[in-house]
Design a binder for this molecule. Structure first.
Ligand SMILES: *Cc1c(COP(=O)(O)O)cnc(C)c1O
Length: 388
C-alpha cells in the first residue's frame, strides 16, 4: 500500500537526486592515483612506509588531537581504545542503543558487556539526562569503582557516538562520566569534520576513534584511527596495534599480547590524498544538505533532520523523519525510493533487539525505538553536490 506522505517524499527526493544513486560513494579526484602508484612502484605497500606517518600527522593537524594512530579499520581502533581506557573482561561499557553494531562488537572483543542507553531527539546521540539517571539508579561507588548493583559488574567506560556525523551532547556526557569516575571513548567513526564549539569530535574524551571505511566521509579502502591528547596512551596505542614489537633496528622481540591492527601503507596513501580534499568534501556535503533542507521545508509529514544547534556537522548521512507515529510511512518510503533506484535505508536496528545483544542491560529506550521507526537515510555522496 502506498501512502501519500511517503509518495510525496519520494517525489521531493527525486527533485534533488535525478539519477539512481547509492547512499554514500567515495570520490577520488585528487592525488589518490599518484600516491597509491607510488606505493606500488616503490614496493612500500604493506606495514611500513611514509604514508602511514604522514596520514597520522595530517590527522593530528586536522582534528587538533595531539596524537593519531592509524589502524586497519574503525572497529579495531575502538577495540584498542577501549583496552587503553582500562576495559577488562567482565566489565560493562555504556554505549547508545542506536549505533552501528561495531560499537557493541568492540566492547565484546574486550570480553566486556555492552550496556545500552537511550538516545535523544535533538542529536540522535546518547542522552546525557538518561545516562545520569541510569548511573544514579543502578550503580554505586565501591572504593572509587563504579559497580552496577544489578549485575555486580564494574562499569568501565562510556562510548558516546556522533550519529550520521551530527555531534552528540558530548560536553554533558563527559561531565556526567567524570561525576561517576568513568573514562569517555568517543566513537567519532562517522564524524570526521564535525565540531562542537570549535573542537573536533573525537578529541573530547580520553580517546577517540575514526573510521575510513568506503562509505565514510573520506576513505582509505578500509581503515581507522585512534585519537588522543595523551602521549603515553598514544605510545601504547601504537604498540598494541603493531603486534607489541619493541622498536629496534634488528632485534625481533615482542613484549605483550597485542594485535596486528596497523594500517597498511597503500591504504594510508589513499587516505593522505583524501584528507587533502576534506574542505571540498565538506563544502559539497553542506550544499547537498542545504538543498535537502530547502526541498523538504514545507513538506507535510516529513522533516529534514538538521545539525544540532551550536554544532557544525559534516552531514555524513542525511536523514528524514516521518512525523506520523509508527513505521508505515518509513516502510512505504523505503520501498518506493529503492524501487526508483534511489538507495535509502532505515536506521540500524536498535542493538538491544539483535539476538546476540538482547540480554544486555539497558535503560528504557523509547526514543531509540521512535527514531528507528520514523527515520530514513537518503543519498548523501559528495558527488551528488559536486556539479553545482
Ligand atoms: C563505521 C563505524 C564504525 C566502524 O568502522 P569500520 O571501519 O567499518 O570498522 C564504528 N562505529 C560507527 C558508529 C561506525 O559508523
Amino acid at each position: 500500500m502506498t501512502h501519500a506522505v511517503a509518495a510525496d517524499a519520494v517525489e521531493l527526493l527525486r527533485r534533488v537526486i535525478a539519477a539512481p544513486a547509492a547512499l554514500h560513494e567515495p570520490c577520488f579526484h585528487g592525488n589518490e592515483e599518484q600516491y597509491v602508484s607510488e606505493c606500488v612502484r616503490t614496493g612500500w605497500v604493506s606495514s611500513v612506509g611514509k604514508f602511514v606517518d604522514r596520514l597520522e600527522d595530517q590527522l593530528s593537524e586536522y582534528t587538533g588531537a595531539r596524537h593519531a594512530v592509524a589502524t586497519v579499520n574503525g572497529t579495531a581502533a575502538l577495540h584498542v581504545a577501549l583496552l587503553l581506557a582500562g576495559v577488562q573482561p567482565g566489565d560493562e561499557v555504556i554505549i547508545p542503543a542506536m549505533t552501528f553494531v561495531a560499537t557493541a562488537n568492540a566492547v565484546v572483543n574486550c570480553g566486556a558487556v555492552p550496556h545500552f542507553i537511550d538516545i535523544e531527539d535533538r542529536t540522535l546521540g546518547m542522552a546525557a539526562s538518561v545516562l545520569r539517571a541510569r548511573l544514579s539508579e543502578v550503580t554505586r561507588l565501591h572504593d572509587g569503582t563504579c559497580i552496577n548493583q544489578q549485575t555486580n559488574r564494574r562499569v568501565a567506560a562510556i562510548v558516546p557516538m556522533h550519529t550520521f556525523g551530527h555531534p552528540c551532547d558530548i560536553q554533558q556526557l563527559c561531565e556526567t562520566a567524570s561525576e561517576f569516575g568513568l573514562p569517555v571513548v568517543e566513537d567519532a567513526a562517522e564524524s570526521l569534520g564535525s565540531y562542537v564549539d570549535g573542537r573536533h569530535t573525537g578529541t573530547m574524551g580520553c580517546l577517540g576513534v575514526l573510521s575510513f571505511n568506503g562509505n565514510k566521509v573520506m576513505t582509505t579502502g578500509g581503515g581507522g584511527a585512534i585519537l588522543t591528547n595523551d602521549e603515553s596512551l598514544a605510545v601504547r596505542a601504537k604498540h598494541l596495534t603493531t603486534t607489541g614489537k619493541r622498536p629496534h633496528r634488528w632485534h625481533y622481540e615482542h613484549d605483550c599480547h597485542a594485535f596486528n591492527y596497523r594500517m597498511p601503507n597503500i591504504n594510508a596513501a589513499l587516505g593522505c590524498a583524501q584528507l587533502e580534499q576534506m574542505d571540498k568534501f565538506l563544502a559539497a556535503k553542506r550544499r547537498l544538505a542545504a538543498t535537502y533542507r530547502a526541498t523538504f521545508q514545507d513538506a507535510a509529514g516529513v522533516q529534514f533532520f538538521d545539525e544540532p544547534s551550536g554544532c557544525r556537522s559534516n552531514f555524513w548521512l542525511n536523514a528524514l523523519r516521518f512525523t506520523t507515529p509508527g513505521s508505515t510511512m518509513r516502510d512505504s518510503f523505503l520501498r518506493e525510493s529503492n524501487d526508483a533506484g534511489l538507495m535509502t535505508r532505515p536506521c540500524w536496528t536498535p542493538l538491544n533487539r539483535l539476538p546476540m545483544y538482547d540480554q544486555c542491560p539497558a535503560s528504557e529506550l523509547p526514543v531509540t525505538q521512535r527514531v528507528f521507526e520514523s527515520f530514513v537515510n537518503i543519498p548523501s555522496s559528495v558527488k551528488l553536490a559536486e556539479s553545482d
